[in-house]
Ligand binder design. Structure first.
Ligand SMILES: Nc1ncnc2c1ncn2[C@@H]1O[C@H](COP(=O)(O)OP(=O)(O)O)[C@@H](O)[C@H]1O
Ligand SMILES: [Mg+2]
Length: 298
């Protein structure tokens, strides 16, 4: 079942085009990462989807229908830093949110347990660590047992321990089958949590699909022979390599999916080129991501 359908969504702030004709759909149970550097339009997109902001053009639908207030109860979100009362304890803070959401208090136990805050329920909010505060924000979003959880940079500003704990909290919800939409500028965070990813840059969607397909580690090889330019010409439009370039007298290419170094060697040999140097270079995901989001203009 399609949980969210976004069509040609655009939003500008005066001259800044924050989101440009974004089209995307998210299926039930997917953990979907919106990945992109600062300023790529992630927060703007999530704000539109949760009704905080209005789009200029385009449309979106949750659960196959036009947005209604009733639907909103099925979407739990944490877009900005949550506001809690510093001198009230966690339980009282959550009770206030229950009242705002017009629901009973019976879900409080569950959300505190699932965010591992139950032993702190009587602590004042201000005594929590940053990671715990963030988890309380997630707990508040989970009140009412929503079908979808929308989180914007949930580990921002946390120390490594806090990051790990927030990640665990999110993964628990993913395992329970919630549909997750997570905005992040950190590749490793998306890799560790998400099944799917959309890569955004300056409001443009650069790529989308399963994390496995989009962020797959492709094999990069460097090689050379006595006639590099000729070999290059032959390989450039080929079934074997993509992104061929020259680096310090070496040819460097990414192998197309399913192609091996042997395939490349055999191809060259069959065409009469004897490769004198051939070595594998693993391209890190980090490098691939940076390449995806770097300026496309030369
Ligand atoms: N309230 C605002 N007024 C003007 N420009 C804004 C506002 N909010 C965001 N922007 C601009 O819109 C672009 C996208 O911002 P944002 O959606 O916050 O991206 P991200 O969350 O990916 O960092 C940026 O260039 C940002 O400076
Ligand atoms: Mg943001």
């Amino acid at each position: 079942m399609t949980i969210l359908e976004i069509r040609d969504l655009s939003k500008s702030y005066r001259s800044v085009k924050a989101v440009k004709k974004l089209t995307l759909s998210i299926e039930q149970g997917q953990a979907y990462g919106l990945l992109g550097p600062n300023g790529s339009g992630k927060t703007t997109t999530l704000s539109i989807l949760t009704g905080i902001l209005r789009q200029d053009t385009g449309a979106y639908s949750w659960f196959g229908d036009a947005p209604t207030p009733r639907q909103r109860t099925k979407i739990g979100s944490l877009i900005e830093t949550p506001h809690f009362y510093p001198y009230l304890n966690l339980e009282k803070n959550l009770k206030i949110i229950c009242k705002i959401k017009e629901m009973g208090f019976e879900d409080i136990d569950r959300v505190l347990r699932e965010t591992k805050l139950d032993d702190r329920r009587k602590s004042r909010f201000k005594t929590l660590s940053l990671g715990m505060k963030q988890r309380l924000g997630i707990a508040a979003a989970l009140l009412g047992d929503p079908d979808v959880l929308v989180l914007d940079e949930p580990t921002n500003g946390l120390d490594p321990e806090g990051i790990a704990e927030v990640r665990e909290t999110i993964l628990l919800q993913v395992e329970k089958g919630i549909t997750l939409i997570l905005a992040s500028h950190i590749l490793s965070e998306v890799e560790k949590i998400c099944s799917h990813v959309a890569i955004l840059k300056k409001g443009d969607l650069l790529a989308s699909g399963s994390v496995k397909d989009i962020l797959t580690e492709e094999e990069v090889v460097e090689f050379s022979c006595s006639e590099n330019p000729k070999l290059r010409k032959l390989l450039e439009p080929s079934e074997i390599v993509s992104e061929l370039r020259e680096e310090n007298g070496l040819l460097v290419a990414a192998l197309k999916p399913g192609k091996s170094i042997e395939d490349l060697n055999r191809f060259a040999f069959d065409k009469g080129f004897v490769i004198s140097h051939l070595a594998s270079r693993k391209k890190s995901l980090e490098a691939q991501f940076l390449e995806l989001v770097k300026d496309q203009t030369p």
